[in-house]
Design a protein around this ligand. Sequence first.
Ligand code: AQP
Length: 333
Amino acid sequence: MKTILSGIQPSGKITLGNYLGAIKNFVEMQNNADEDTNIFIFIADLHAITVYQDPVELRKSIKSLAAIYLACGLDPNKSTIFIQSEVKEHAEIGYLLQTMTYVGELERMTQYKDKMQKQVQGVSSALLTYPVLMAGDILLYNSNYVPVGVDQKQHLELSRTLAERFNNRYSETFNVPEPIIQKVGAKIMSLQDPTSKMSKSDKLEKASIFLLDDEATIRKKIASAVTDSEAKVYFDQENKPGISNLLTILSCCTLKSIDELVEDCKDMNYGEFKKIVADALVEKLMPIQQRYNEILNSEELDLILTEGAKKASYFANKTITKMKRKMGIGRKQ
Ligand code: AQP
């Protein structure tokens, strides 16, 4: 039996980066998985509150992300889809693992340092301990594989360390999880600053394509994407980050290789090239949006989430009971 697990935070509007770097990958893995594979995909609401979220907006974002998962092709008959906070063992394992994590291991995390810099006041302690909660998410289901974007690699490394530490300190309990990072699309960049990652929390609206952006907005954002002055389409991450990012997006949407696309687009000016990218995005995202609108207010969505939480809780409870027994806390069960 193999287990695959991943999740996304409902911390804002889901971006094209979240889709190409994560959700699209979840769906492919689900569709290629054999009968012997258990897949858990969750909505990481406990992670989202490491920075303040407006409660009304957060609740809307949770439901919206669930509908996006389904609209993108996650199938509740093949994947267990649930909300993290509805499986109470996530918070519990987070604490158990904190007791085995060193402060220094957390203070070195790049994402923590970045977010610290952006937030001048009121940095919560949960922002520091977030990677332990993430390790807990992974170990709770004894996951073997975790599909993530490249920005999560360092956090996944901590999950591996903690799995090994628990196994060595107590006895063999956890698989040591491996990240699955796809070759193209693992880091979609901001359209306005193509040297930094496209992010939900980017304050600049036109830096990100959101999965639910309408056609006109998508076209406008691609048209205003930052490029360079050379006016020649080819891939060079270092010297042409804007064009390289658009080529990556086009490759993910069309499933053509970057080399093939460079050949197709080499005689185009940037205006023509951007139109091709926008067309491909519209073609990819419009059917997803149509399904999203059908699913969002359906009763089915709630039923799927209730069923998912029930199934996830069953596995999570088994792990927590085993951990407590090995750690010597509570009464022996
Ligand atoms: N730009 C990106 N390119 C490729 N993959 C990405 N991911 C995020 N941005 C990109 C992947 O999406 C998954 C879910 O991410 P998350 O919501 O748990 O946290 P994040 O990485 O912090 O995402 P954001 O969009 O940057 O959110 P905020 O702004 O709230 O911090 C992960 O697998 C991630 O790699």
